[in-house]
Design a binder for this molecule. Structure first.
Ligand SMILES: *[C@@H]1O[C@H](CO)[C@@H](O)[C@H](O)[C@H]1NC(C)=O
Ligand SMILES: *[C@@H]1O[C@H](CO)[C@@H](O)[C@H](O)[C@H]1NC(C)=O
Length: 419
C-alpha cells in the first residue's frame, strides 16, 4: 500500500518533468558600439551550458552605422535596431519571450556625444523596446555601459568559456582588455583582500556569476585604450615623435582631432619611444593607496586571481600584425618581452620595408607599429607590473565544446543576467 502510493506519485511526477522550470533560457544583448550596432542572442540549458541556435552558439547580427551617427535624429537611431530586434525575437520560442531579458549597453561612441544627444537616443531605444518588444524589458537595462561593467562582463565571459566559473576565486583568470578608447583590468580577490580595499575605491564589487559570488576588482583606464594612447602620445611629443615609423609623414585622427605624425629628424628610436610611453602612462604619479598600477590608481593588490592573465582585443590584434602569434591562432601563450623584441624590429624599419618584415601588418597601422608594441609592452610590464618573462595568454576566441567562441562582453552580460 505504502509502496504503491509512492510509485504512483513517482509516475505522476514523471508525467510533469521539471514542472515550473523551463528547459532552456535565453538572453538578448545589444552591443551599441561606435562603428555599429550588434545583437547577440544566447541560449543556455538548465546548467547554464550554452546551446546552439542553428549552427552556432549564438545568434549574432550586426548593422552599420552605430547609434552615435544619429545624433540629430534619435528615433531614426532607435529604428535602426528594429531589424535586429525582430531577428532576435524570431529565434526565441513564443512562451519564453516574456522571461527573456533584453539588455542594451552602449560603449565608447555614445559616451562621447555632446549634450543630451546620448540620452535622447537611449530614450528613443527604450520607447522602441517598450512598445514593440515582447521580451523582458527594463528601462535600466538600456544604458551607457561604464568601463567597470565592461571589464567585469569581459572577465565573466572569459572565465565562463574557460570553465572557471563556479570554482574558487584563486582558480579564475585575470583579464586585461585593451580597447580603442580605454583599457580594462579585472580579476577576483580573496575575501580578505576585498575587505582591505581602500574605503573610497569603487573598483571592488561582489558579482554573482553561475551561482558563485566573486569579489571582483575591475578598473577602466579612460583614454588609455590603444587608439586614445596614440593620440596622447602624439600630443605629448608635438611634431617629431620617436615612435612613428621612419619615412612616414601624415596626420592621425582621433575623436575628430588631427595630430601631426612623423618621426624626428634623427629617426625612429626604440629608447625614445619607451621614454614616451612611460611619460604618457605617468608611472611616477604618487600612489595614495599602495600598490598602484599607473597614474596613482590602486591596482587591487594582486593575489591568486591575478596570477594567470589573459590579454584580449588590441593585445591580440597587434600580436597578429607583429607576427608574435600565428595568423588564425585564437589563443596563444606568450611572454611580455616578445612585444619589446618585435618593437625593436618595427622601430628600425621604414615605411617601404615594414610590410616585408611584418607581412600581416595592415596598411593603416604601418605608421604606428613601433608605437603600439612599445606601448603594450610598457603597459603590461611597468603599468600592470607583469614580469617580462611570465607567461600570459593572448586570446581572441576560446574553445567551447567543439566550437570557438569570441571573448566579448555581451556573453558575460548574458551569464550575469541569468545567474
Ligand atoms: C593635449 O595636450 C594638451 C596640453 O598639454 C591637453 O590640454 C590636452 O588634453 C591633450 N589632449 C590629449 C588627447 O591628450
Ligand atoms: C579560431 O576560431 C574561429 C571561429 O571564430 C574558427 O573558425 C577557427 O577554426 C579557429 N582557428 C583554429 C586554428 O582553430
Amino acid at each position: 500500500m505504502w509502496m504503491g502510493s509512492v510509485s504512483k506519485l513517482l509516475l505522476l511526477l514523471s508525467l510533469f518533468p521539471n514542472e515550473g522550470e523551463q528547459p532552456e533560457k535565453y538572453a538578448v544583448v545589444f552591443d551599441a558600439g561606435s562603428t555599429g550596432s550588434r545583437v547577440h542572442v544566447f541560449k543556455f540549458d538548465q546548467d547554464m551550458s550554452l546551446l546552439r541556435i542553428g549552427q552556432d552558439y549564438e545568434l549574432y547580427v550586426a548593422i552599420k552605422p552605430g547609434l552615435s551617427s544619429y545624433e540629430k535624429e534619435p528615433e531614426a537611431g532607435a529604428n535602426s535596431l528594429r531589424p535586429l530586434l525582430e531577428q532576435a525575437e524570431e529565434v526565441i520560442p513564443q512562451q519564453l519571450r516574456a522571461t527573456t531579458p533584453l539588455r542594451l549597453g552602449a560603449t565608447a561612441g555614445l559616451r562621447l556625444l555632446p549634450g543630451t544627444a546620448a540620452q535622447d537616443i537611449l530614450d528613443a531605444v527604450k520607447e522602441l523596446f517598450k512598445s514593440e518588444s515582447s521580451l523582458n524589458y527594463k528601462p535600466e537595462w538600456v544604458s551607457v555601459l561604464d568601463g567597470t561593467d565592461e571589464g567585469a562582463y569581459m572577465w565573466v565571459a572569459i572565465n565562463y568559456l574557460d570553465g572557471k566559473l563556479g570554482k574558487k576565486y584563486s582558480k579564475t583568470v585575470a583579464v586585461v582588455d585593451l580597447g580603442g578608447g580605454s583599457v580594462q583590468m579585472a580579476y577576483a580577490l580573496s575575501d580578505k583582500a576585498a575587505a582591505n580595499a581602500p574605503p573610497q575605491s569603487n573598483d571592488v564589487a561582489t558579482r554573482l556569476a553561475l551561482g558563485t559570488n566573486y569579489n571582483l576588482y575591475s578598473h577602466s583606464y579612460l583614454n588609455y585604450g590603444l587608439l586614445a594612447a596614440r593620440a596622447q602620445n602624439l600630443n605629448l611629443s608635438g611634431a617629431g615623435n620617436p615612435c612613428i615609423t621612419n619615412g612616414y609623414q601624415g596626420t592621425y585622427s582621433y575623436n575628430g582631432v588631427d595630430y601631426k605624425a612623423s618621426p624626428p629628424r634623427s629617426g625612429t628610436s626604440l629608447l625614445g619611444c619607451v621614454a614616451q610611453a612611460r611619460k604618457l602612462l605617468k608611472v611616477d604619479t604618487p600612489c595614495p593607496n599602495k600598490p598602484c598600477s599607473f597614474g596613482g590608481v590602486w591596482n587591487g593588490g594582486g593575489g591568486d586571481g591575478f596570477d594567470n592573465l589573459y590579454a584580449a582585443s588590441y593585445f591580440y590584434d597587434t600580436a597578429i600584425e607583429a607576427g608574435i602569434v600565428e595568423p588564425n591562432a585564437n589563443i596563444t601563450q606568450v611572454r611580455p618581452y616578445v612585444y619589446l623584441k618585435a618593437a625593436k624590429k618595427a622601430c628600425s624599419a621604414n615605411v617601404d620595408n615594414i610590410k616585408t618584415k611584418f607581412p600581416q601588418l595592415e596598411d593603416y597601422d604601418v605608421p604606428y607599429l613601433c608605437m603600439d608594441l612599445v606601448y603594450e609592452y610598457i603597459l603590461l610590464v611597468e603599468g600592470f607590473g607583469i614580469n617580462l618573462i611570465k607567461k600570459i595568454t593572448v586570446v581572441k576566441n576560446l574553445e567551447y565544446k567543439d566550437s570557438w567562441i569570441g571573448a566579448a562582453w555581451p556573453l558575460g552580460c548574458a551569464v550575469e543576467l541569468l545567474s
